[in-house]
Design a protein around this ligand. Structure first.
Ligand code: CAA
Length: 240
């Protein structure tokens, strides 16, 4: 039977590419999403991938959502923590709410989803967790103390949980994307983005599919000895 994979924030951008790739790899994919019903409906119609709506920053919603997926689709064997938001601004302009929302969703979401799915993976002796970090969690970024802190936290979370999963067949890895051609990056003011792209050695933004290929490898049987690692996919922008 096909293994069940949940991809959070799976209906758009990098998440969508990951869903499509994992489906092509033979997983039964469920795409979680948080807000945009219209886009989710369109995604499901175009890809044939099931969608489920809940807020990954809400602990109980993750427990309930994953329990429902287990009941209706099957035990969750792969989790890709991709859901994330930005609330960019320099510290002196950033509100406490901007800080909290980014921490709650981007970092809290990883904890909430792991709490929901890691125990079952342990019991069954197999699992794959892939957390989407960021170049900006590795290198920092002007105007992103909230996002950089949350993404940096994801890298620490990954290495800690990898140690807990290693003996029970559960690998936990991160991918640190650079600037990828998505709505999130398109929201960066054009002159700022131009300067950023000028510093990418390969001379272009990345494509969502280029991240999805990395996730595909980390979720495969071939990656059983890879755990606690961070795969940087950033066009050479930050070598870490
Ligand atoms: N280093 C040093 N100084 C910088 C700087 C930098 N990287 N970027 C801007 N500044 C300076 C500017 O030159 C400007 O100085 P002057 O007034 O002397 O000219 C000053 O800081 C204010 O800059 P802005 O006009 O840009 O300030 P703002 O308040 O209008 O906007 C901002 C601030 C919202 C942070 C804006 O600069 C911005 O959006 N930056 C991009 C942040 C970014 O890269 N976000 C990534 C989103 S995508 C993502 O996060 C995905 C992923 O994982 C990669």
């Amino acid at each position: 039977m096909a293994r069940v994979a949940i991809v959070t924030g799976g209906t758009r951008g990098i998440g969508r590419a990951i869903c499509e790739r994992l489906k092509a790899d033979g997983f039964t994919v469920v795409a979680n999403y948080g807000g945009n019903d219209e886009k989710a409906k369109q995604f499901s119609a175009e890809t044939g991938i099931a969608v489920r709506k809940w807020d990954v920053g809400d602990h109980q919603a993750c427990l309930d959502g994953c329990a429902k997926v287990t009941e209706e689709v099957g035990p969750v064997e792969v989790v890709v923590n991709n859901a994330g938001i930005t609330r960019d601004g320099t510290l002196h302009k950033m509100s406490f709410d901007d800080w909290n929302e980014v921490m709650r969703i981007n970092l809290g979401g990883c904890f909430n989803m792991a709490k929901a799915c890691f125990p079952g993976m342990r019991e069954r002796g197999w699992g794959r967790i892939v957390n989407i970090g960021s170049i900006n969690g590795q290198a920092g970024q002007y105007g992103q103390v909230n996002y950089a802190a949350a993404k940096s936290g994801i890298h620490g979370f990954t290495k800690a949980l990898a140690q807990e999963g290693a003996r029970v067949g559960v690998t936990v890895n991160a991918i640190a994307p650079g600037y990828i051609d998505t709505d999130m990056v398109a929201a960066v003011p054009e002159p700022v983005l131009e300067k950023i792209v000028a510093k990418i050695p390969v001379g272009r933004l990345g494509q969502a599919e280029e991240i999805a290929r990395g996730v595909s490898f980390l979720c495969s049987e071939d990656a059983g000895f890879v755990t606690g690692s961070t795969m940087s996919i950033n066009g050479g922008q930050h070598m870490y």
